[in-house]
Design a protein around this ligand. Structure first.
Ligand code: PAF
Length: 279
C-alpha cells in the first residue's frame, strides 16, 4: 500500500493507471475508520482494479464552534485497517496543500446545502462539496463510494457530480449499524456509556416511523409528531430536526405516497448524531 501526500504525484500515477485501462474505486474519508467505512472499501475492492482511500480532516466543513481540533485522529490504526482491507493507495494530504495561501474557490450546491443539517451547520456542505470536487479532480476515479448514513451529503454530491459533469459513477452503500441498531459514526467516540444508551433512540425513532408508514400512515405532520413524542421521553436528548422527504431531492413531503426518506438529527448531550431510513 502506497501512502501519497502530494496531489500532483497521485494524479499522475492514477491517470497512468486509468490510461492502461484500470478502474479506480475511491472512498473519501476523514479517518477514524469504522465498519461503515470498511464496507465502502470492501465494495470498492470488489468492483475495481485499484482502490484509493483519502484521509483528510477537511477544515472547510467545520464551523468555528465545531469539533475540528477534537476530531479523532487515529492515523496508525486507520492505515493498518486500510492495509488489511487491501487498499492500494492512501491519499494523505495536509491542509496547506489542499488549501494553500490565497485559496478562494468554493462549490455551493444551492437549495440542498442550507436545509436540514445545513441549517444547523452553515457552510458545512459548501466545505464538503468543495473538498469532494477537489478530490475528484485529483483522483479521477471510475466510481465514488459514499455511505447512506450521510444521506444529505450523498444527495448533494450526486447533484454536484451531475451538475458539473464529473465523469464518475456514484455508489451509495447502506448504513452499517452496531447490533444495538446505533449507526456507525466516528462521532460515537464522543459518547459516554450512558449517552450510548440514549443514542439508541435514533434507531427506535426511525423504526417507529417505518412501522407507522408501513401500517398506512400518510400524513407526515402526524408521523413526525409521534416520532417527536418518542424521542422527547428521553432525558439529555434534544431534537435538531425530523424530516420525511423525497429521497432524491430532499423535498419535504406532506403525504407519503411511495418511497420516502425519514431523516433526523438529535443531540445526545453535546454530541449531534444523524441517522436516516429509506422506506
Ligand atoms: O463523510 C465524510 O467523511 C466527509 O464529509 C468527506 C466526504 C470525506 C468529505 O470531507
Amino acid at each position: 500500500m502506497k501512502i501519497i501526500r502530494d496531489p500532483g504525484r497521485l494524479n499522475r500515477l492514477l491517470k497512468a493507471l486509468s490510461r492502461s485501462g484500470k478502474s479506480i474505486g475511491f472512498v473519501p474519508t476523514m479517518g477514524a475508520l469504522h465498519p461503515g467505512h470498511l464496507s465502502l472499501i470492501k465494495q470498492a475492492r470488489r468492483d475495481n482494479d485499484t482502490v484509493v482511500v483519502s484521509i483528510f480532516i477537511n477544515p472547510a466543513q467545520f464551523g468555528p464552534k465545531e469539533d475540528l481540533n477534537k476530531y479523532p485522529r487515529p492515523l496508525k490504526n486507520d492505515l493498518a485497517l486500510c492495509r488489511k482491507a487491501r487498499v492500494d493507495l492512501v491519499f494523505l494530504p495536509d491542509s496547506e496543500i489542499m488549501y494553500p495561501e490565497g485559496f478562494c474557490t468554493f462549490v455551493h450546491v444551492e437549495k440542498l446545502a442550507n436545509i436540514l443539517c445545513g441549517a444547523t451547520r452553515p457552510g458545512h456542505f459548501r466545505g464538503v462539496a468543495t473538498v469532494v470536487a477537489k478530490l475528484l479532480n485529483i483522483v479521477v476515479p471510475s466510481v465514488l463510494y459514499l455511505g447512506q448514513k450521510d444521506a444529505q451529503q450523498a444527495v448533494i454530491i450526486r447533484r454536484m457530480v451531475s451538475d458539473l459533469n464529473f465523469p464518475v459513477k456514484v455508489k451509495v452503500m447502506p448504513t452499517v449499524r452496531e447490533k444495538s441498531g446505533l449507526a456507525m459514526s466516528s462521532r460515537n467516540a464522543y459518547l459516554s456509556e450512558q449517552e450510548r444508551g440514549n443514542a439508541l433512540v435514533l434507531f427506535r425513532a426511525l423504526n417507529l416511523a417505518k412501522v407507522l408508514i408501513r401500517g398506512g400512515a400518510k400524513d407526515t405532520v402526524r408521523i413526525i409528531s409521534r416520532v417527536k413524542q418518542l424521542i422527547n421521553k428521553h432525558k439529555n436528548v434534544k431534537i435538531d430536526y425530523i424530516a420525511v422527504m423525497d429521497s432524491m431531492n430532499l423535498k419535504p413531503l406532506k403525504r407519503v405516497t411511495g418511497n420516502c426518506l425519514v431523516a433526523l438529527a438529535v443531540y445526545i448531550g453535546k454530541t449531534r448524531l444523524i441517522d436516516n431510513i429509506l422506506i
